[in-house]
Design a protein around this ligand. Sequence first.
Ligand SMILES: O=c1ccn([C@H]2C[C@H](O)[C@@H](CO)O2)c(=O)[nH]1
Ligand SMILES: [Zn+2]
Length: 137
Amino acid sequence: MNQQELIEHAKEAMKRAYTPYSNFQVGAALLDADGHVHYGCNIENAAYGPTNCAERTAMFRAIADGHKAGSFKAIAVMGDTEGPISPCGVCRQVLVELCAPDMPVYLGSLKGDFVKTTVSALLPGAFTTKDLHSNGG
Ligand SMILES: O=c1ccn([C@H]2C[C@H](O)[C@@H](CO)O2)c(=O)[nH]1
Ligand SMILES: [Zn+2]
């Protein structure tokens, strides 16, 4: 599975978005250690707050299906943006929790923009489990 293929999966996942409020569709494709792809889309809610982003949907699905935190190989995210899509702060925090720091993150747009980054580069100085335990917590 190369990065272009994973991006194509993210584009396919976009079509599953439930977005009656923003009409802004986002797709994510998370590659697991067995080479299988887990799709995520954004799922909105009339109360707005319960909305789940595509990235978190993909990660939560894979974890619920039995995949272990830190075992994933890559994630691709796609949206209809000017420039590569930029994951929100909440998703960056969840990426740090569930994916390895050096895991590749591919960010695309329907216009063909593309950047490759990593989980740790997306959230410098993240609060992690290490911070909790450094104080005896
Ligand atoms: O990286 C992103 C950015 C935004 N959204 C969703 C949340 C909401 O449904 C809509 C507008 O913010 O896009 C994602 O799923 N992922
Ligand atoms: Zn998000």
